[in-house]
Write a protein that binds this ligand. Structure first.
Ligand code: MN
Length: 543
């Protein structure tokens, strides 16, 4: 498989303009290892079919290369790599192999023309893991590279634990594998132990030791520095970074693709605005990533691997484009750039506002307007007082509370309920799969949904989704359950958020004694609000 269309990523050899000041952006190659290092996240494993679907999405996202897996480890893995390698993707497809002929053969038999082969080079790994001398490791590395080249493969060589390897020896290894025919050198910061300064220094070493081969950096996030370290390596002349979607990977994970791609695209990297201010003027780097797809791909990976990203995660976290504080929402409403470094649309998202005790009148009114509610000044004050009082009690103020305060203050102006729960039952137990039946009345029409789930709540919510998927492509995005008081008769509080196809979301909560019924009620509340919101949006479009 040839991939001329993406090989410009390396910008040739010897082109190491670090900054972007006055020069054209330097093209950085994105090597995605979600399917290999990402899959090594504790508790994650994917079927060959899931891996293939992820590979296709990564390809559409615009990555330059995919590490599809580690073919020798299992039959399923071998099959997955084979399926991906033969799928006609436009990106390059690599597979991992230890520095031995058996692993390289396995990669070749899986149909790969590109192998990522590695051996540890730090004394710590040599002594305690490989029980091998430095010279033996060096010979193995050279033999593996020569063998893979003899099989006609493109070879990327990694010196595992490079950042804890004796610096002089690391240079010898890189020089030897370059002479043996390696096409690319990768510097893994295997346990995330390097600082940006050190990654930059050994990247420069690797460029000179290898005689100018393209250098990749493979950074781990044990100290939260993975992306910073990858940027430092790139600044020092590396042309490629190994990354994963959502930063998944062993332990604290890898450098995250979405963070790195957006930092490369948006930040100044030593360039200035022409007047000495170190703020982004002209982009220093570019990648092939279609940034508008980042959020979707992130969500897709979360759903396949079952790991949600933290809310405050950069770029793809729930809160990355959410605003509550009155000062911030006021600024945002006047000019979004005041409190958003980039526009959410650039990464396929939408901004959202939230009310709580930090809320201000402008932000709150902007939210109410989305539902077609326009209180006057005095009414606004009264609604906001209620919001703040609830926030001061430590309560989470969802859209549902905001709307009920608005209808209290505005009198009988009720919020239209489009969806009514008219029937509902669940069955659960031991030796049977939890099953739910839900009947909804949506704007006068009756709908039924039935589904199984891992538990009764899951079954009930799945059954609701069966209906809403047909009617308006609504999804239940988040679900949280808390017990309010102790004992088996405790009240539970369910908080949910519902999202529509356009990425709009609405939060709602419900309190009750029965977990399943309370969950269903919370979801119905949320669905009602989001339907109202989209009706209002349609109406404003028509006006
Ligand atoms: Mn790794």
């Amino acid at each position: 498989m040839e991939h001329e269309n993406r090989t410009a990523a390396d910008g040739g050899t010897g082109d190491y303009n670090g900054g972007g000041n006055g020069t054209n952006p330097r093209r950085i190659r994105i090597f995605d290892t979600t399917l290999r290092d990402g899959e090594q996240t504790p508790g994650i494993s994917m079927s060959p079919e899931q891996k293939l679907e992820i590979a296709r999405r990564l390809d559409r996202l615009g990555v330059d290369a995919i590490e599809a897996g580690f073919p020798v480890i299992s039959k399923g893995e071998h099959k997955a790599v084979r399926m991906i390698a033969s799928d006609g993707l436009s990106c390059e497809v690599a597979g991992l192999a230890r520095a031995n002929r058996g692993d390289i053969d396995s990669a070749a038999e899986a149909g790969l023309r590109y192998v990522h082969t590695f051996i540890a080079t730090s004394d710590l790994h040599l002594q305690y893991k490989l029980k091998m001398s430095r010279q033996d490791a060096l010979r193995r590395a050279v033999d593996a590279v020569e063998y893979a080249k003899s099989r006609g493969m493109q070879v990327e060589f990694s010196a595992e634990d490079a950042t804890r390897t004796d610096r002089k020896f690391l240079g010898e290894v890189f020089s030897a594998v370059a002479s043996a025919g390696a096409d690319r050198i990768d510097i893994p910061d295997t346990v995330g132990y390097a600082t940006p300064e050190y990654v930059a220094a050994i990247t420069a070493d690797a460029i000179s030791a290898s005689g100018g081969l393209p250098i990749s950096v493979h950074c781990h996030n044990d100290f939260g520095l993975a992306v910073a370290n990858a940027l430092a390596g790139i600044g020092a002349g590396a042309s490629c970074a190994h990354v994963t979607i959502n930063g998944i990977g062993e332990r604290a994970g890898n450098a995250s693709l979405e963070e790195l791609a957006m930092a490369l695209k948006c930040l100044s990297h030593g360039a200035d605005d022409g007047r000495g201010n170190g703020v982004p003027g002209k982009a220093a780097y570019e990648t092939g990533i279609v940034s508008e797809q980042l959020y979707d791909v992130s969500r897709y990976i979360s759903s396949v691997v079952g790991i949600q990203v933290q809310p405050n995660k950069a770029i793809v976290g729930e809160n990355a484009f959410g605003h509550e504080s009155g000062i911030h929402t006021h600024g945002i409403l006047n000019n979004p750039l005041t409190y958003e470094p980039i526009s959410p649309e650039l990464v396929g998202r939408r901004r959202w506002l939230h009310v709580g005790k930090h809320a201000g009148i402008h932000g709150m009114n902007a939210m109410l307007q989305e539902y077609g509610i326009e209180p006057d000044e005095e009414q606004s004050k009264q609604i906001l007082e209620r919001v703040k009082a609830l926030g001061d009690r430590g309560e989470y103020v969802t859209d549902v509370e905001l709307l009920s305060f608005a209808s209290e203050v505005l009198g009988d102006r009720g919020i239209k309920q489009l969806v009514h729960l008219t029937g509902f039952s669940v069955s659960t137990g031991i030796g049977t799969m939890p099953y739910a039946f839900v009947k909804l009345d949506i704007d006068g029409k009756e709908f039924y949904g039935t589904d199984y789930g891992v538990g009764p709540v899951d079954a009930a919510l799945n059954a609701i989704e069966r209906i809403t998927d047909r009617t308006s492509e609504l999804r239940i995005k988040d679900y949280g359950l808390a017990s309010i008081s102790g004992g088996s008769s405790a009240l539970c509080e369910v908080t949910i958020s519902v999202e529509d196809a356009g990425g709009n979301s609405v939060s709602a909560k419900s309190v009750g004694e029965d977990i399943v019924t309370t969950s269903v009620k919370a979801v119905i509340e949320g669905i009602n609000r989001i339907m109202l919101k989209s009706m209002m949006r349609e109406k404003t479009k028509q006006d």
